[in-house]
Design a protein around this ligand. Structure first.
Ligand SMILES: [Ca+2]
Ligand SMILES: [Ca+2]
Ligand SMILES: [Ca+2]
Length: 305
């Protein structure tokens, strides 16, 4: 649906987990929606408001890898900082944050209202009315604290540009290792989620390895290091435990694979992110804990850059 100038939307009837919804969009050449302006927000609300039964809809926003700091995974633009407390009435806190964020965002980002689902605000206002006075008092301090964090976060993040600009450092280090693709092989170490965000913010994705030739080309560079380092790739089994897909393309990993013997093993029941693993004498694929910091490889398809 061409709801809004510059964008088209697919509004699903299907229901999926957030991760698999993201995979679905990616495999169809899209991203989960990122809402940058009130006009865009309203255009979407107009459509989903018409539904008889009210449904919930995933957007690209997430704070995976940066708890409390939300970003649009579609555009990797930050939303601001939320800090709800388990001791606090979340509805009341949410209401204050809801108001505050619209106000602060408008002021700091010159009218670009990154937030917010108005229905959520209405719900939270209603919940606030229904919550007791005592609960409100407990919350007030926390609200103040959280608001301060929002202001601070906006100040520090405002000048950054996301999504379209490739930093000079990255541009000068792109390697045309394999026909049709260029790669950025990092020296920096980050969690899988933040590595993915880093790649996206430079117009790329974490690398997806489709063929043995591509695998060999990358190994040709990273395999000569001493000591060997591990590198994140775009593979993940988030939302489909045991079935890995490339988040860079949204496609299931099938055909060529290069897993280390006994991998993937979902060690500790909690390994969902794929990497070139250095724990053995040679580098091979392994599923690992996504929050751990490793080097990573970004890939850009030629003629995108
Ligand atoms: Ca590739
Ligand atoms: Ca897993
Ligand atoms: Ca593993």
């Amino acid at each position: 649906m061409p709801l809004f100038p510059g964008s088209k939307y697919y509004i699903s009837k299907e229901k999926m987990s957030w991760h698999l919804a993201g995979k679905f969009c990616k495999s169809n050449g899209m991203e989960l929606a990122s809402i940058e302006t009130e006009a865009e927000n309203n255009a979407l609300l107009d459509v989903i408001d018409d539904e008889n039964t009210k449904e919930f809809y995933w957007l690209s926003g997430s704070d995976l890898g940066s708890e409390g700091t939300f970003y649009w995974a579609g555009t990797v633009e930050e939303l601001g900082t939320l800090s709800p407390s388990s001791n606090c009435d979340v509805a009341a806190l949410g209401k204050a944050l809801c108001d505050q964020r619209i106000e602060v965002v408008e002021e700091k980002l010159k009218g670009v209202t990154t937030l917010m689902n108005q229905k959520l605000c209405e719900f939270q206002i209603k919940a606030l009315r229904e919550s007791g006075e005592q609960q409100k008092q407990i919350c007030e301090y926390r609200i103040k604290e959280a608001n301060q964090q929002i202001s601070n976060a906006l100040k520090t993040t405002q000048p950054r540009t996301y999504g379209r600009t490739v930093s000079e450092h990255v541009a000068s280090n792109l390697m045309p290792l394999f026909p049709g693709s260029k790669y950025y092989i990092s020296k920096e170490k980050m969690s899988w989620h933040l590595a993915s965000t880093f790649c996206k913010s430079n117009g790329m994705e974490l690398a997806s390895i489709e063929t043995e030739a591509e695998n060999n080309a990358i190994l040709g560079v990273i395999g000569n290091e001493n000591p060997k380092e591990s590198y994140w790739l775009s593979g993940s089994d988030y939302g489909s435990e045991g079935t890995f897909y490339w988040t860079g393309t949204g496609l299931k990993i099938s055909g060529f694979t290069y897993f280390e013997r006994r991998q993937p093993d979902n060690y500790g029941g909690n390994e969902h992110c794929l990497q070139f693993w250095s724990a053995s004498s040679t580098l091979a694929w392994n599923d690992h804990h996504c929050h751990l910091k490793f080097r990573f490889i970004c890939e850009v398809i030629e003629n995108v850059l």
